[in-house]
Ligand binder design. Structure first.
Ligand code: ADP
Ligand code: MG
Length: 388
């Protein structure tokens, strides 16, 4: 049975106008679609690529009507958009991934409970709704990690608690942040061997395409570097792909998903989280794959056949965070490495440079990962300031 296709010429809506929304908009326009971007921040990068921009809070009733009238289908660039807005839009048009999927993923406690209930291994965890419960916790031992159940990203809203003595200070932070309805997830802090992730695109007819497994390095909860393909045995890569497909199928998700996992020293794989959208660790696909994660997002949204997933070259992607974005064009050593064969530069056009803010990325393609990693290391060695 063929599914209804949204043909080029239509306007696609995206909620959220950061770099992920911008890259979606570029992919959509390249495929002949127009794009309406809704982000309350007038300086959000995706507005530059929008045929129509809405710059008002997501709660604006008139804007909701306006948006719904202009677009044929809606996606979002990250999971912290209002689920209730997606539900409302869904009554009139496809929203992909659906609001039901979004609701499960938006809440870290619900997400991990869902994954565990579907047989996927996750770190030990439980949810709390009052700061005092942190002080009484004995189930997980130490170290542990406490995360806000909702609205966290790039390591924001997270506290690592190494020893019982550190707990009081974190409890104070939670007390200060407490609002009615606040919840946090406590997780065992894992000394993993590697962090891995993988993209899965899934169409409305259930067809899936799985990208290669990549290895990620985070500092302070922020992604710094992605290497593709990950240097793991074939059996591990296979298992990652199987778990990722299972997670997306269990959600009955339509769209692009990224599954983050921890590989433990004893070979166990635990799912850290699922993102219902293209992911920073999938940016390599823009330069190193036949069909990027953003093109797949457009295809899944519009009911087009999914694209082939072929890795054309090993690659290393480095995020440019905070002031690194100005260094890249002004530091001689870095400038020189931009001329390396296979170096692709992406700058997001964000005006305000802030520490820990993702400002751009650079991807080094090379015939082997070792070569790409060597170039990435050389690039880093020219950095003027230490990593934020
Ligand atoms: P987000 O990406 O939404 O900020 P994550 O849960 O992915 O939140 O956490 C960010 C990073 O923090 C992870 O990529 C990982 O490096 C680290 N981290 C998260 N949870 C754990 C854990 N249970 N044990 C060890 N490290 C963790
Ligand atoms: Mg994450």
């Amino acid at each position: 049975m063929s599914l209804p296709v949204i043909a080029p010429g239509a306007t696609l809506g995206v909620l959220g106008g950061g770099q992920l929304g911008a890259m979606f908009a570029v992919a959509a326009r390249r495929m002949g679609y127009d794009v309406a971007v809704w982000d309350p921040d007038a300086e959000a990068p995706a507005h530059q690529f929008a045929g129509y921009s809405l710059i008002t809070p997501f709660s604006d009733v008139a804007a909701r009507k306006d948006f719904a009238q202009r677009v044929r289908a809606v996606t979002y660039e990250w999971e912290n958009v209002p689920g209730e807005l997606c539900e409302q839009l869904e009554r009139e048009m496809p929203v992909r991934p659906s609001s039901r999927v979004l609701r499960v993923i938006q809440d870290r406690i619900e997400q991990k409970t869902f994954l565990r209930a579907h047989g996927l291994a996750v770190p030990g965890f439980y949810g709390i709704s009052r700061p005092e419960e942190l002080g009484r916790q004995t189930l997980l031992g130490y170290p542990l990690i406490c995360k806000t159940a909702t609205a966290g990203y790039d390591g924001k809203g997270q506290w690592t608690i190494g020893r019982v003595e550190d707990q009081a200070a974190v409890q104070q932070d939670l007390t200060k942040a407490f609002r009615p309805g606040s919840r946090w997830i406590l997780e065992e802090y894992l000394s993993f061997e590697r962090e891995l992730s993988i993209l899965v695109a899934r169409g409305a007819d259930g067809t899936t395409r799985t990208y290669p497994v990549v290895e990620n390095i985070h500092h302070d909860g922020i992604l710094r570097q992605t290497t593709v393909p990950a240097d793991v045995p074939a059996a591990v890569a296979e298992q990652v792909a199987t778990m990722a497909r299972e997670a997306v199928q269990a959600l009955d998700g339509v769209g692009v998903f990224c599954i983050e996992l921890f590989l433990m020293g004893d070979g166990r794989l635990l799912v850290n989280e699922v993102a219902p959208r293209p992911h920073n660790s999938g940016h390599y696909s823009l330069d190193a794959c036949t069909v990027s994660q953003f093109e797949q997002q457009v295809r899944t949204l519009c009911g087009l056949p999914l694209g082939e997933v072929r890795l054309l070259s090993p690659a290393v992607m480095l995020n440019l965070i905070g002031d690194e974005v100005s260094q890249v064009t002004t530091t001689p050593g870095m400038q020189q490495l931009l001329s390396e064969p296979g170096a692709a530069l992406h700058l997001y056009g964000k005006r305000a440079i802030r520490p820990k803010r993702k400002m751009g990325h650079i991807t080094f393609l090379a015939s082997t990962c070792a070569e790409a990693l060597a170039t990435a290391r050389a690039f880093r060695s020219h950095q003027v300031l230490p990593n934020p």
